[in-house]
Design a protein around this ligand. Structure first.
Ligand SMILES: Nc1ncnc2c1ncn2[C@@H]1O[C@H](COP(=O)(O)OP(=O)(O)OP(=O)(O)O)[C@@H](O)[C@H]1O
Ligand SMILES: [Mg+2]
Length: 240
């Protein structure tokens, strides 16, 4: 299987001069297409910093990053934005939906940037919302939706561009345990349907849903293991 992510010796520092702090201290990581990887670690260990690197939201100070065959360190900011829009789908703890737009319009938005025509955007967005059980809420604004429903809209938005990689940073962090478990079941299903997923969490129970768990501490990978065979569709691994 080919790799969607190839990180080599990634170093990320914040600040300058005496104030300089090294957050990522040399991270090398390959992720195969079709895999479901959880990145776990305590608060402040550098998980979101790593996610921002993988998501092309922030550039490392050192190291190389090849995403789906593209050597990203050679790209301009505009090219990075284009690769980001084309290849990546993001899911965040706080959903990050636009409050003035309906569920449908939120899902359509990345398709505007992707250059799809009006009709195609609407059809694709409707299909995505439908597949996530949200067809009865398409005209609701985010504040008229529950947290779990908002996250479903955010997931539909992330998937609408048919990304090569789905990146989720604490996607259940703002949800109650039952709704969080439902969202995790959804992530497992999306992976079974062929989506490559990288999930960031501080919660080992959440990580148990992934096929592979990479642990980071203090800016370094300290453990990397495959989960033993997951209970088949029993949802037993899903606790929040
Ligand atoms: N823009 C920034 N400027 C300076 N320091 C930063 C910046 N962003 C993050 N840091 C620092 O980098 C370290 C790692 O932060 P990061 O957000 O990656 O942690 P995390 O593992 O995601 O934690 P959490 O589980 O709390 O989300 C922290 O000590 C944080 O203070
Ligand atoms: Mg974080």
């Amino acid at each position: 299987m080919s790799n969607i992510i190839e990180l080599r010796n990634i170093v990320k520092e914040y600040g300058s001069g005496d104030e300089k702090v090294r957050i990522l201290k040399g991270i090398s990581l390959d992720v195969a297409k079709g895999d479901f990887v959880a990145i776990v670690g305590p608060s402040g260990s550098g998980k979101s910093t790593l996610m921002n690197t993988i998501g092309l939201l922030d550039s490392p100070n050192e190291g190389t990053y090849t995403l789906d065959g593209v050597a990203t360190e050679k790209l301009s900011d505009n090219q990075l934005a284009e690769v980001r829009n084309r290849k990546l789908g993001f899911i965040f703890q706080q959903f990050n939906l636009l409050p003035r737009l309906s569920a449908l319009e939120n899902v359509e938005l990345p398709l505007v940037y992707a250059g799809l025509g009006k009709q195609e955007r609407r059809e694709r967005a409707l299909a995505m919302l439908q597949s996530l059980g949200m067809e009865h809420r398409i005209h609701h604004k985010p504040n008229q939706l529950s947290g779990g429903q908002q996250q479903r809209v955010a997931i539909a938005r992330a998937l609408a561009v048919q990304p090569a990689l789905l990146l989720a940073d604490e996607p259940t962090g703002a949800l109650d345990s039952r709704t969080g478990a439902e969202v995790m079941e959804l992530m497992v299903r999306l992976n079974e349907q062929g989506n490559t997923v990288v999930l960031i969490t501080h919660d080992n129970h959440i990580a148990a849903n992934a096929k592979r768990v990479v642990s980071i501490r203090d800016g370094l990978i300290v453990d990397d293991r495959r989960n033993a065979a997951l209970p088949e569709a029993s949802g037993e691994a899903v606790t929040v």
